[in-house]
Design a protein around this ligand. Structure first.
Ligand SMILES: [Zn+2]
Ligand SMILES: [Zn+2]
Length: 119
């Protein structure tokens, strides 16, 4: 979980929220999607992750297949054996495909955020 030291949990400011992948602050230009316990991924990171793990990987019919090493997802905190995206900026940050799809859906649907799913 990425929160600036000294963050007041009762009054979290946008600048207190940072992307778990790249460490950037949440701004109006940089949307964030929250996972569990304050973990976040920003729009630009999500764009890269979604493109690599969902678009480039093709149809997602193998979510149930245990073909990859089990890892804990930074967003949902669950240990899974489905494909995950490793942040190039933060090697310890892994994002499971389910979370990336959920997060992409959230941003895609928000009319106030100019983020659309890459094709
Ligand atoms: Zn980011
Ligand atoms: Zn996840």
């Amino acid at each position: 979980m990425m929160r600036r030291d000294g963050t007041n949990d009762e009054n979290v400011q946008m600048s207190d929220v940072m992307c778990d992948s790249c460490g950037s602050e949440w701004t109006l230009e940089r949307p964030m999607v929250e996972g569990h316990q304050g973990s976040c991924i920003c729009g630009p990171c999500l764009m890269v992750a979604y493109t690599e793990l969902v678009v480039d990987a093709g149809p997602d019919d193998d979510d149930d297949e245990a073909t990859v090493e089990e890892r804990s997802c930074t967003l949902c905190l669950e240990a899974k054996t489905i494909p995950m995206w490793q942040s190039p900026m933060t090697e310890t940050a892994w994002f499971c495909r389910q979370c990336l799809k959920r997060a992409a859906g959230v941003l895609h649907k928000d009319p106030d955020i100019p983020w659309v799913k890459p094709k």
